[in-house]
Design a protein around this ligand. Structure first.
Ligand code: FDA
Ligand code: NAD
Length: 434
């Protein structure tokens, strides 16, 4: 079988790969030196669009409209851009074996790719209910969302099951964003999740109360404190009912599952050091294996600001880690040094006409400020997290660009907080004066 060799290979063609390609071009990569190998059939795109505008009933986003780097206000890189730069975009090609010792990757079709430097950018895969043997979880019309193909299948089902019933399993990012967009598509939506409130990874009870109230006012039913334990289907194998652990049975024409992701590290197991479920890197995204870098969702990297190793599954980090790794590759070639990655965690979400941003760390005591009444039009409220007398994290719903900048600044500066009462009273004004 054929073999090809490149100076640099990026395995995975998602957000990190696209931003890395742009940085490679900026740094002067020569035609023929770089290849991106991706399982997907399309050039790198801004994955967050898939759970938002891609699923709108009208005026939906479509490729190539959201290829990288439009999500951060940059140039849109179409397949032609890669061709012009002499970057090989090897699509619809899954790597099934990696041999880091001999610097070789092998595709499902048996092709070998050799490299001098490798960037692992394989992202995450979804956790499936079939992974835990949930009865009937392989029925038709039970969907997961990770790639554009998944979104296309969901759109077909939304069309086929017009005005039908949808059950959303999971109360995290996918659960909240998909419930909203399914409702916009006129489906009757019920959310089910095991925790006492939605998005417990980040939200406090006070934050969650706003979103749960807002969703309820939009007509979304929320069932908390239980999980889906089985599915019944019709003679065509299509899902019809969701059985809950608490004994309830929900009717369903469509089920969307968002119960978390898993970093895709399997190809490299036993060949590279791992930590906290990801591939361990330094502040330049170098792994334990020479000439091998890992970026985006798969990287467990030193989060300098908290002096701790972390993995981050969000788009801002995938973009920035990719750029940092490429800068590091060029710097090491030129015998120069660059600054270590110094990242401030930034997460966001949008659903209906809501939009929130979070910066920093969600640890310690919390105070809620502003108006979190879900019936207030254009409600604006937020939360601070306070650890060892310092504000370390900030969340804001409905902020203007300036206000969002202000909360980012607070999380970065970590100013002392006199008292929680004072902070609650000052609210956003506290951030604005930093
Ligand atoms: P990413 O998943 O983007 O890319 C990995 C690529 O590698 C894929 O193309 C995959 O097919 C390919 N691949 C994997 N294994 C391979 C193999 N063996 N061979 C070849 N190719 C392989 N974040 C945020 O901050 N705000 C948001 O609003 C959202 N919204 C959002 C919506 C949805 C639906 C998802 C799934 C995720 C988000 N995220 C998000 C998270 C964000 O998109 C995510 O953190 C980044 O896409 C991670 O970038 P990576 O490049 O690491 O992986
Ligand atoms: P998540 O970790 O955000 O949420 C998982 C949720 O699944 C938990 O909150 C819990 O409610 C629920 N859950 C767990 N086990 C369950 C069970 N057995 N039955 C019912 N519910 C169960 O993961 P996700 O929402 O699936 O998102 C997947 C990935 O995509 C993550 O990496 C996430 O960061 C990313 N993503 C991010 C955004 C964003 O940043 N705005 C948007 C979409 C997706």
């Amino acid at each position: 079988m054929a073999s090809k060799a490149f100076k640099h290979i990026i395995v995975g063609g998602g957000v990190s790969a696209g931003y890395a390609a742009r940085e490679f071009a900026k740094q002067g990569v020569k035609p023929g030196e770089l290849a991106i190998i991706s399982k997907e059939a399309v050039a790198p795109y801004e994955r967050p669009a898939l759970s938002k505008a891609y699923l709108f009933p009208e005026g939906a986003a479509r490729l190539p409209g959201f290829n990288v780097c439009v999500g951060s206000g940059g140039e849109r890189l179409l397949a032609e851009w890669y061709a012009e730069k002499g970057i090989s975009l090897i699509l619809s090609t899954e790597i099934v074996k990696a041999d880091l010792a001999s610097k070789a990757l092998i595709s499902a079709a048996g092709e070998t790719f050799n490299y001098q430097t490798l960037m692992i950018a394989t992202g995450s895969s979804v956790i499936r209910l079939t992974d835990f043997g949930v009865q009937g979880a392989d029925a038709k019309n039970i969907f997961y969302l990770r790639e554009v193909d998944d979104a296309d299948k969901l759109i077909e089902a939304i069309k086929a099951k017009k005005n039908g019933k949808a059950v959303v399993v999971g109360g995290g990012y996918i659960g909240l964003e998909l419930s909203a967009v399914l409702k916009l598509n006129n489906l009757d939506v019920t959310m089910v999740y095991p925790e006492p409130w939605c998005m417990p990874r980040l939200f406090t009870a006070g934050i969650a109360a706003f979103y749960e109230g807002y969703y309820a006012n939009k007509g979304i039913q929320i069932i908390k404190g239980t999980v889906a334990v089985g599915f019944n289907s019709n003679a065509d194998g299509e899902v019809k009912e969701v059985k809950l652990k608490d004994g309830r049975v929900l009717e369903a024409d469509i089920v969307v599952v968002g119960v978390g992701g898993r970093p895709l590290t399997t190809l490299f197991k036993g060949q590279v050091e791992e930590e906290k479920g990801g591939i361990k890197t330094d502040g330049f995204f170098k792994t334990s294996v020479p000439d091998v870098y890992a970026v985006g969702d798969v990287a467990t990297f030193p989060l300098k600001i908290y002096n701790e190793l972390r993995r981050v599954e969000h788009v801002d980090h995938s973009r920035k880690s990719a750029e940092q790794a490429v800068k590091a590759i060029f710097a090491s070639e030129e015998g120069k040094s660059i600054e270590e990655y110094d990242y401030l965690p930034f997460f966001y979400s949008r659903a209906f006409d809501l939009s929130w941003q979070f910066y920093g760390d969600n640890v310690g005591d919390t105070v809620l400020f502003g108006d979190n009444n879900p019936t207030t039009p254009k409600a604006k409220f937020g939360s601070y997290w306070i650890k060892d007398g310092k504000v370390v994290g900030a969340f804001l719903e409905g902020g203007t660009p300036e206000e969002n900048k202000a909360i980012a600044k607070v999380a970065k500066a970590q100013p002392p907080a006199e008292s929680l009462e004072q902070l609650a009273k000052e609210g956003l004004a506290f951030a604005s004066k930093i």
